[in-house]
Design a protein around this ligand. Structure first.
Ligand code: ZN
Length: 142
């Protein structure tokens, strides 16, 4: 395991804790996630560069295995504060695959604080019901 992996996981935890959210991602969990994506960006297949919170921290997304995927800098910047249902630069099928992956990663985390768990599930549920629309620029504001 490289020191950069440890640093990425630690940085993600620190950022989440600053917002008062639960943070649990360990370096080994992060390493396993990167391996699951073959070291590539979850959104576009370019080499991964950074850690992306599938549900952004501003929307309450915590740093845990059920919410973190590898991302290239371009996708990370493009995604910004958007929750998954508003990420239109990625094909919806791809978003669904990531969602499915993260749901599987959530097994064994039943002790997760209920409000956060609920928020995540609501977001994931919304993903499967929200049609792809273009031009919802206002979602970037909050
Ligand atoms: Zn990418």
């Amino acid at each position: 395991m490289t020191s950069s992996l440890v640093k990425q996981a630690a940085r993600a935890q620190a950022a989440v804790r600053r917002r008062g959210l639960f943070a649990s991602l360990s370096a080994s969990e992060w390493a396993a996630t990167i391996e699951d994506f073959d070291g590539k960006c979850a959104y576009c297949d370019r080499p991964y560069w950074t850690l992306d919170h599938f549900i952004p921290m501003v929307a309450g997304g915590p740093s845990w295995v059920g919410n973190c995927v590898p991302s290239c800098q371009t996708c990370n910047n493009s995604k910004g504060r958007l929750t998954p249902r508003y990420v239109f630069f990625v094909p919806k099928k791809r978003i669904e695959q990531i969602r499915y992956y993260l749901e599987r990663r959530q097994h064994g985390f039943r002790s997760w604080p209920p409000p956060v768990e609920l928020a995540i599930h609501e977001e994931l549920e919304a993903l499967s019901t929200t049609p792809q629309k273009k031009g919802l620029g206002s979602s970037r504001d909050g």
